[in-house]
Design a protein around this ligand. Structure first.
Ligand SMILES: C[S@@+](CC[C@H](N)C(=O)[O-])C[C@H]1O[C@@H](n2cnc3c(N)ncnc32)[C@H](O)[C@@H]1O
Length: 495
């Protein structure tokens, strides 16, 4: 595969303005689901503080026996030969090697620097240097000082830099720039171990601007190729937006992540609307007004009731409640009774759609899924109904903040469809539903499953969502067979 597919060149145009820096615009109409870009990573990096094998990317504490500077796990015999050879040729004393090995983040910086060591990768390095680093904003901040201590000082102290190509040019400023480029532009990608994360630098995919209501979806497959596709129809001239944060966080949290991690203030429609487009993902309950909700006014930062502006909350109180709520959610993890109690308790303070309430609901729904999958638990009707309700509540919010094709929405819809079908079958087997009623239930399941499948069709096959889409297709066929059999049974009864 070419580093960047033709799609990008045919459908996109890179522009520049004061606010966004470089950004991407659709140069022609793009249909929902249409691919905008498929790209290989230029660099794969461990998250700061993780040490990963530079060949297989598993966590490791071992180093390559040849170059001694790149992490290499016991199962991998070698890594990229030209890099290994280049590093092995450096004149370093044992204690200097020890010093470099002791600083985990040095390996990531070396990956950048190695690009400028080889003529074949010089162009990539030059292109990389054009990426946004937010050097001015990050200067003298905590992360700046951290990199100075953990990466720059060891590289300078050991004299390694001076042995590289035009080594005298590699000063602290250049290194901060390279490290900033990784922080500002990298995509989080799945690491080999379950639940682990690492980072990938994709030079074209990094150009998309951010919105909390994006018009793009990104998916990263097993080979770590990124695929970017439209989540809705996009007209020529529209800016293409990705979402750099979790879409189900509240405005203050999303903006905090964007400010501290990516160094900008998001001004999208969702961030500027105190009710978050009516979802109330950040709203508090007003204890004085029945049905009143307290929201943060973006211009003043004041937390005010929508029904009576004199009813306010102090920002410190809000921050305190949220901090304690997050702690309680964390401690209640996996305990469905504690989670349900917490939902009731927090529901007195937070809107039912508040992002912490949604997080709780997602936890409870996933525990219920496990209970329902294990028939030994003999779940009763209430368990099914509870899960159905939770899925519906989560979906209501997702439909607003993620109106187009969206993985989370697809999964929630599939969960809902499945649970409804299971409940229908259970009631039928207990003779509480007749064949005609079950048929109606299954017809609804079919509609929902098709809709969920439609949203996952564009996912690369080797992603978990791509696999889910395959399973859904199989289940849809089984469902259609069941429906035919039921229809037959029903017709026989009627005739
Ligand atoms: C991943 S880079 C995007 C490409 C970058 N604009 C460039 O010129 O290389 C992220 C940076 O783009 C800018 N940016 C992206 N989305 C933005 C937005 N919605 N509002 C303001 N700045 C944004 C910020 O400077 C941010 O640090």
């Amino acid at each position: 595969m070419a580093a960047v597919t033709e799609d990008f060149l045919r459908k996109c145009q890179v522009q520049h303005n004061e606010t966004l820096g470089r950004f991407v615009v659709a140069s022609r109409n793009i249909g929902a689901g249409e691919t905008v870009l498929v790209e290989q990573p230029t660099l794969l990096l461990a998250n700061n503080a993780d040490r990963r094998c530079c060949n297989c990317h598993r966590l490791t504490s071992a180093f390559c026996g040849q170059c001694r500077l790149m992490p290499l796990c016991a199962e991998c015999a070698s890594h990229e030969a030209r890099d290994c050879e280049r590093l092995a040729n450096l004149q370093l004393l044992e204690q200097q090697v020890d010093q470099l090995q002791a600083h985990t983040e040095v390996a990531g910086a070396l990956k950048y620097l190695l690009l400028r060591e080889h003529t074949e990768s010089q162009a990539q390095y030059d292109e990389l240097l054009q990426m946004e680093s937010q050097l001015a904003v990050r200067r003298d901040t905590d992360i700046w000082r951290h990199y100075q201590e953990q990466v720059i000082a060891p590289l300078q102290a050991t004299g390694l830099l001076l042995q590289l190509h035009k080594g005298a040019d590699i000063n602290a400023e250049l290194l901060q720039r390279l490290l900033g480029i990784a922080d500002i532009n990298a995509y989080e990608i799945r690491a080999p171990e379950s639940g682990g994360a690492m980072r990938g630098i994709y030079m074209r995919a990094a150009l998309f601007a951010h919105s909390c209501m994006p018009n793009l979806v990104t998916a990263i497959d097993e080979q770590r190729h990124i695929k970017v596709y439209a989540n809705r129809a996009i007209a020529a001239g529209e800016i293409l937006y990705n979402c750099y944060t979790n879409i189900l966080l509240g405005t203050e949290e999303r903006r905090h992540i964007l400010k501290t991690g990516k160094c900008f203030d998001c001004q999208c429609a969702r961030c500027l609307d105190p009710t978050e487009l009516g979802t109330h993902l950040s709203s508090f309950v007003c204890s004085s007004c029945p049905g009143g909700y307290i929201v943060r006014q973006p211009e003043t930062g004041v937390w005010q009731c929508l029904l009576n502006a004199e009813h306010t909350l102090k920002a410190e109180f809000v921050a305190n409640v949220l901090e304690r709520a997050k702690e309680e959610v964390f401690h209640a993890r996996d305990d469905i009774y504690r989670l349900e109690l917490l939902l009731v308790k927090l529901g007195r303070l937070l809107h039912g759609n508040h992002y912490i309430m949604l997080d709780l609901k997602q936890h409870i729904a996933s525990i219920l899924r496990q209970i329902l999958q294990n028939m030994a638990h003999r779940p009763n009707r209430k368990v099914y109904e509870r899960k159905i309700r939770l899925c519906q509540e989560i979906l209501l919010v997702l439909k607003v903040v993620a109106p187009g094709l969206n993985r989370l929405k697809a999964i929630a819809l599939y969960e809902l469809a499945n649970t409804q079908a299971e409940l229908g079958r259970k009631l039928y087997s207990e003779q509480e539903l007749n064949a005609a009623d079950l048929l109606i239930e299954l017809q609804q399941t079919e509609v929902m499953t098709r809709e969920a499948l439609r949203m996952l069709l564009y996912e690369p096959i080797s992603t978990p969502e791509g696999q889910l889409a395959r399973n859904m297709l199989r289940e849809l066929k089984e469902l259609q067979n069941d429906m035919k059999a039921l229809q037959q049974a029903n017709d026989d009864v009627v005739n």
